[in-house]
Each structure stands twice: as structure tokens, then as C-alpha cells.
Design a protein around this ligand. Structure first.
Ligand code: GDP
Ligand code: MN
Length: 389
């Protein structure tokens, strides 16, 4: 779950990471009230879950109420990379001497935590990595040992932070690590981390991604979840207890087992198609689960063909076939289905399906053939809808 900047800063505050005083507003009047409370000058900041707000005109300094009102009016409703601004964060403006970058994330290949620190902050880290990779000091942190202030100081030196910033920056880095580790983040990023003209180091921005797998032990995340603008497809799937990830293509995918579902997405891509989703229905494939899966896929307007890829292991193929047939009686599908069923009792399963096969329900013997067929059907569906339009 990604947090808005203001939520990220609230989260930072729990771990003692210094930020500027401020408040949330969703109207120009509220923005002025928050500015009065924070003290002028202030920064008016668009709250959207996307980077580069500054460049897009979503971050403005304001010296008085009139300027706050003007900027708030202009930024509310603004579209930043497809994200419409409904909320603002108003904070007391900082006097910036220098801008740094700091983050913690998981280094999967190295199987440990990775901290990144750079004296070149404010710009996107991808840009620094591309143009000046030497400017990023990387630090692997052993999860058992953690990060202490001494190591953080050495790290700050290595990154080329000036002496004046070293000690306060080290404190922030230790706090950021705690936030990342104890706070169960996938990503905790501060860009820019600033040195003020007064010699303080604090977080001017916050980019936090929480690890959804840890949701069960964080009651306090509920307030973040409440403002989450989730993909409506994912919300529907979650309500039905399905393991679903929305993608941008037109071939709906249902498979049993996460590995098979991923392979199915790969094969569809390999034959030139684009998966509309990942959906793993798990071990059982009875009519209830299959109906739920088909309903979710059917509700996705981009879907033009559905590829159901089931390998019967403990779940026998004849049981799966019965489930599919019953589900088809319950759900009124917009798109044709291509089935690939294999595994235990495959002959019995295919025999059960045989009388139900049609132009709307096709069977293929292999995964590759089924992928080709569903991709071709999706393309034909696309042409059909263009002709109708
Ligand atoms: P992003 O563009 O979405 O990453 O938004 P940021 O919160 O990082 O802000 C972008 C830039 O706006 C920063 O790098 C700063 O240069 C500038 N900025 C943000 N807050 C302040 C502030 O309090 N004072 C000043 N002078 N500049 C600010
Ligand atoms: Mn930023």
C-alpha cells in the first residue's frame, strides 16, 4: 500500500524523523486555515501518489493567505500524470541549504536490506543512478544487527555529506531504518532530505510503501487503507477472497496456483498478447470459486477473451470441469473462454466438457495453443468493438 506524502510524514513522525509542521486541506479555505496554523511562508503541496509533483506545478511556495488561496485553487483538481488532486498538504516552508536523498528498500538478489544515500537529492534517484551512479552510497544492512549511529555517520561521510550535516543526518538515517524495519515498509524514501540554513536535517518529502503482508499486525494502517484509491477490480477480488492483480491487457486469466498463473501471463505475452490480470484461484476450483473468478474478470471492461488454465493435481480435472460448467450457468459472460485443463482425471474432465463446447467455450490441449487462441480471440473482439463503434 502506497501512502500519500502527508501520511508518510505522519508515519515518519512515529519514528522520530523530523518533518515540518503542517496540515491537510481539501478546499482553499482549509488551506488558508492550515497555513495560518503552520506559519508563513508555507508550501502548498498536491497530494497524489506519484513523483515529480514539483515539476508538474503541484508544489508552490506562498507568503500570505492570498497566495495560498490562489495556489490551492490552481492545484486542487489538477491532473498530475493521471492522478487528480483532491487533497493538499500545507506546511511551513523550509530554508534549504542542501538537498540529499535517503531510502531503505529490500535488495532481493542480495537477500537483505539496502540503504541508498546521496548528496545529490531533489532530483529523481533513477536519474542520479543513470547519470552519476557514483553519487549513490549503497549500504547493505543486516536485519539481525540493524543500523547504529556510528555506521550511519560513516555512511554519510561516504556519500559525501558535509561535516555540518553528518551527525543530524545519521540520527535521521537510524530513525528511517527503524521506520522501514519495525514499521514494515517495502520502501521508505526521503527525497529531498534537507540541510536547512539553520543546520537542521529533516524530511521535506516522504514516499512510503507499506508491506501489505504485514497488515495484520498494524491496526494503525486502517486509516491509511481508508483513503486508498484501489483498483476497483482488485477491491472486488479482495472482497471475494481471490488472489488477483490487475494488469492493463485484454486477456483475462484464471489459473490454479500462483506459479501457473504467472506462467500463464508469460505465455500470453510470449505469443503477442497482453494479460488483463493475474488471478490465482488456489488449490480448489469448485463452482463457487470459479464463479467468483469469472465475475471479477467479467466486470473488467478491457477483457475481450478469458483464458482458464488449470492443472489438476490433488484437485481432479473432472471436478474442475464440473465447477466451470456450473459457473457458466451462473455468470453471464461478455467474452469467450478458452480452457486448458490437464492433470489428474483429464480424460473424464474433457468428456464432461465436450457437450458444452461452443464458440463461447473452447478447449485446447496445451497451454501454448490456448494462449494463441485466447490472444487471437481478444484481437478479434477488439476489431469487432471498433466496427460497432
Ligand atoms: P516531488 O516533486 O513530488 O518529489 O515533491 P517534493 O516534496 O520533493 O518537492 C519538490 C521540490 O520542491 C523540492 O525538491 C524542493 O526543491 C521544493 N520544495 C519543497 N518544499 C519546500 C520548502 O519548504 N522550501 C523550499 N524552498 N522549497 C521546497
Ligand atoms: Mn520528492
Amino acid at each position: 500500500m502506497d501512502l500519500f506524502e502527508y501520511q508518510g510524514k505522519q508515519y515518519f513522525a512515529r519514528y522520530g524523523i523530523p518533518t515540518s509542521p503542517g496540515g491537510v486541506a481539501s478546499t482553499a479555505d482549509e488551506a488558508v486555515a492550515q497555513a495560518e496554523a503552520a506559519g508563513y511562508p508555507v508550501v502548498v503541496k498536491a497530494q497524489v501518489k506519484v513523483g515529480g509533483r514539483g515539476k508538474a506545478g503541484g508544489i508552490k511556495l506562498a507568503a500570505d493567505a492570498e497566495e495560498v488561496r490562489r495556489h490551492a485553487g490552481a492545484i486542487l483538481g489538477m491532473d498530475i500524470k493521471g492522478h487528480v488532486v483532491h487533497r493538499l498538504w500545507i506546511e511551513h516552508a523550509s530554508d534549504i541549504a542542501e538537498e540529499y536523498y535517503a531510502s531503505f528498500t529490500l535488495d532481493r538478489p542480495a537477500k537483505t536490506y539496502l540503504g541508498m544515500l546521496s548528496a545529490e537529492g531533489g532530483v529523481e534517484i533513477e536519474e542520479v543512478a543513470a547519470t552519476n551512479p557514483g553519487a549513490i552510497a549503497r549500504l547493505h544492512v543486516d536485519p539481525v544487527r540493524g543500523l547504529d549511529v556510528e555506521a550511519a555517520r560513516r555512511w554519510a561521510d561516504e556519500a559525501g555529506l558535509p561535516d555540518a550535516a553528518r551527525d543530524p543526518a545519521a540520527e535521521v538515517l537510524v530513525a528511517l531504518y527503524r521506520c522501514y524495519e519495525e514499521g514494515d515498509c517495502d520502501l521508505a524514501e526521503i527525497n529531498p532530505l534537507i540541510l536547512t540554513t539553520g543546520g537542521r536535517v529533516h524530511a521535506l518529502d516522504a514516499k512510503v510503501t507499506l508491506d501489505d503482508n504485514a497488515r495484520f499486525r498494524h491496526r494503525e494502517w486502517e486509516e491509511f487503507a481508508a483513503t486508498e484509491t484501489e483498483d476497483p477490480r482488485e477491491q472486488m477480488a479482495r472482497d471475494k477472497g481471490l488472489n488477483y492483480v490487475g494488469l492493463s491487457g485484454d486477456v483475462g486469466i484464471i489459473a490454479n496456483g500462483a506459479g501457473l498463473a504467472m506462467s500463464t501471463c508469460d505465455v500470453v505475452s510470449q505469443v503477442g498478447g497482453a494479460p488483463a490480470n493475474f488471478l490465482d484461484i488456489g488449490g480448489g476450483a469448485n463452482a463457487d470459486v470459479m464463479s467468483a473468478a469469472l465475475e471479477v474478470i467479467n466486470a473488467d471492461p478491457s477483457v475481450r477473451a478469458i483464458f482458464v488454465n488449470i492443472f489438476g493435481g490433488i484437485t481432479r480435472v473432472d471436478e474442475v470441469a464440473k465447477g466451470v460448467i456450473e459457473a457458466l450457468g451462473r455468470v453471464d459472460l461478455r467474452s469467450p473462454i478458452v480452457l486448458r485443463l490437464d492433470g489428474t482425471n483429464v480424460q473424464e474432465g474433457r468428456a464432461l466438457l465436450q457437450p458444452h463446447l461452443s464458440e463461447r467455450l473452447m478447449a485446447e490441449a496445451t497451454m501454448l495453443e490456448a494462449a494463441r487462441r485466447s490472444v487471437a480471440l481478444a484481437a478479434a473482439g477488439e476489431r469487432g468493438s471498433e466496427e460497432r463503434a
